[in-house]
Ligand binder design. Structure first.
Ligand code: PLP
Length: 355
């Protein structure tokens, strides 16, 4: 089957170099060689995140680390900010783990603001808040800096952040923002295949975990910590993924994190301008995501037919998520995507739709 170049918001296109890194000879995960690799990866992730916190490598997709954050950091009650499919699912995960979980719900397409959070936390007795930085189903990015500011008024509340479709594409300065758990799977802006999730975990979060029973085993932060001290993971990690992450971090640092973030911002502007010219933005103004654009289908085109036509040119975009199917479509501009690729995609869509 011929490959279609991915412009979907995950998994994103993986470069040939990174695919090759997945095929390196395997090494044992209880060897000095692995610990060296682990140490190199973790220390560069800390630099990328501007954090002195521990960074753990979980062999699972992001959903697993949603569960980990809830099990380790929520003693009583968590406030889950919901604004789309993924944030709603994190709430469901909290409840499935037997925690008391309330929603701070806004309409799909809108952002959760610091004022809303402040009001809700002041009225309730919460020990954690869960925020999805960049809601992939709607293309809305929340302002973590403003949220972090109001969280200073609530010092006992753990700040849990899903940066799944923002980390490595947008600055996520963990320590400056006081984030306790910041997680991201690698198949979005890291532009690697799915299967590994990285998460920074603060000393405060580890302290909280010590006081919580029944954290489970696979996702227990304290178990992760014990092995982290030896440069290892508690169980066999996805070693090829760690090798590919090592190779990709070389490339991210070679480009420069700042330049990588600027590239994402530039591509977002190109796609947003095109969207405003031909359709409309689904995201609330001022909160448009730099990593993907959710286009409101104001022309009533068949998104499925558009994707089929793009498929014949070996490209793929994403239909709207869940209830937004055919009402919206999503164009991802994250990872290693370059300007010429995005301009080529938009030109192909123009051509197909006669715009
Ligand atoms: N959080 C966000 C923002 C996502 O976009 C996704 C998936 O696209 C997830 C969490 C869940 O990730 P996974 O399906 O890899 O577990």
């Amino acid at each position: 089957m011929s490959h279609k170049r991915l412009f979907i918001p995950g998994p994103t296109e993986v470069t040939f170099e990174n695919l090759t890194a997945l095929a390196r000879p395997q090494i044992g995960h209880r060897t000095a060689e692995f610990s060296e690799l682990y140490g190199r990866v973790v220390s560069r992730l800390r630099t990328l995140l501007g954090s002195e916190n521990r960074v753990f490598l979980f062999t699972c997709s992001s959903t697993g680390v949603w569960e980990a954050a809830i099990r380790n950091c929520v003693a009583r009650r968590v406030l889950c900010c919901t604004q789309g499919a993924f944030s709603e699912r994190w709430l469901a995960v909290a409840r499935a783990n037997g925690k008391e979980a309330d929603a701070l719900a806004v309409d799909w397409g809108r952002a959760v603001t610091a004022e809303m959070i402040d009001a809700k936390l002041s009225a309730g007795d919460y020990d954690a808040i869960a925020v999805v930085h960049n809601e992939t189903s709607t293309g809305v990015m929340n302002r973590l800096d403003e949220i972090a500011e109001v969280l200073r008024n609530h010092p006992d509340v753990m700040f849990l952040v899903d940066a799944v479709s923002s980390m490595a594409g947008v600055p996520t300065p963990v320590d400056a923002l006081g984030i306790d758990v910041c997680l991201a799977g690698l198949q979005k802006a890291f532009a690697l295949p799915a299967g590994l999730t990285v998460a920074s975990v603060s000393a405060r979060a580890l302290e909280r975990a010590r006081r919580i029973e029944h954290r489970g085993y696979y996702f227990d932060f304290l178990e992760m910590l014990k092995y982290d001290e030896r440069g290892m993971t508690p169980s066999t990690p996805a070693i090829p993924q760690v090798q590919a992450l090592d190779a990709q971090l070389d490339r991210i640092l070679e480009e420069g994190a700042g330049r990588r973030f600027e590239r994402h911002a530039r591509l977002a502007r190109i796609v947003q301008d095109w969207t405003r010219r031909h359709f409309a933005m689904f995201a609330e103004e001022g909160y448009e995501s730099p990593t993907l654009t959710c286009v409101k289908n104001t022309r009533g085109i068949s998104v499925a037919a558009l994707n089929e036509a793009l498929g014949r040119q070996r490209a793929q975009i994403s239909n709207g998520y869940g209830k937004l199917k055919e009402q919206t479509f999503r164009l991802a501009h994250m990872g290693d995507t370059q300007e010429w690729e995005i301009r080529g995609l938009l030109a192909a869509i123009d051509d197909i739709l006669g715009l």
